[in-house]
Design a protein around this ligand. Structure first.
Ligand code: SF4
Length: 222
């Protein structure tokens, strides 16, 4: 693909988002949650796990643990057992307990609404903080998960890049801030429904016209 100017990249991204909004009008966070604390827990549990599995696990947990103090008071072994089916249960239990203890001690048991505070909390990385500000607080957030990383490479916005923070910085320049959240949801929906990791369905892809990896099996040309 010929080298693009930033303006050309922005125009191509705009066309891709327009098309993906049409293809996935209901694109949103697919984790089930009712309160900000619940989404924080669900997001921590979703690391290396499917949203479907998390959504099967959380209803019983959300009935049992209502407040940050409830979560923080849960014994480590109990949470490990309850998180077991989502994988990496020891770390997840440790992170949820530490997060909830901080929220209870310093934030009145509530989730703070700004990115910098969120990202300073235990168990909350940039991806989770962006998801929380975007989904709970309605602020723009680029949620760079595995689908976002794969699609950013295939769509030619980055080259052989796997560092989420670098991809986030690159895409912040290409996507207007007002579209960050929609772009993030569109990447996940498209990655789950068409641009699969192993066999992307390029022939049926609504954005193939704007994708340098179209017809290459998802491997961007050198
Ligand atoms: S054309 Fe293929 S590689 Fe490109 S976004 Fe669509 S499915 Fe993915």
């Amino acid at each position: 693909m010929a080298r693009e100017t930033l303006q050309q990249r922005q125009a191509r991204a705009k066309a891709i988002l327009r098309r993906l909004r049409k293809a996935y009008p209901d694109a949103k966070c697919e984790l089930d949650w009712g309160t900000p604390l619940e989404l924080a827990v669900a997001t921590i549990l979703s690391a290396q796990c499917t949203d479907k599995r998390v959504n099967l696990t959380t209803p019983a947990l959300f009935r049992k643990y209502r407040s940050a103090r409830d979560w923080a008071a849960a014994p480590q072994e109990t949470l490990e057992r309850e998180f077991h089916s989502t994988g990496f249960f020891r770390n997840k239990a440790k992170n949820v307990r530490a997060l909830m203890a901080r929220l209870d001690a310093e934030f009145g048991g509530e989730l703070p609404g700004d990115f910098d505070t969120l990202v300073s909390l235990p168990g909350i990385g940039r991806k989770t903080a962006n998801l929380l500000v975007a989904t709970v607080f309605g602020k723009p957030g680029l949620v760079v998960d595995t689908h976002f990383i794969r699609l950013s490479n295939r769509l030619g916005f980055v080259k052989n890049e796997t560092d989420a923070a670098k991809i986030e910085r690159t895409m912040q320049k290409i996507i207007p801030e007002a579209d960050w959240t929609d772009w993030s949801h569109a990447m996940v929906f498209h990655g789950r429904r068409c641009c699969f990791a192993r066999r992307p369905e390029c022939a049926a892809c609504p954005v193939r016209t704007w994708c340098p990896a179209s017809g290459t099996g998802g491997v961007p040309p050198k």
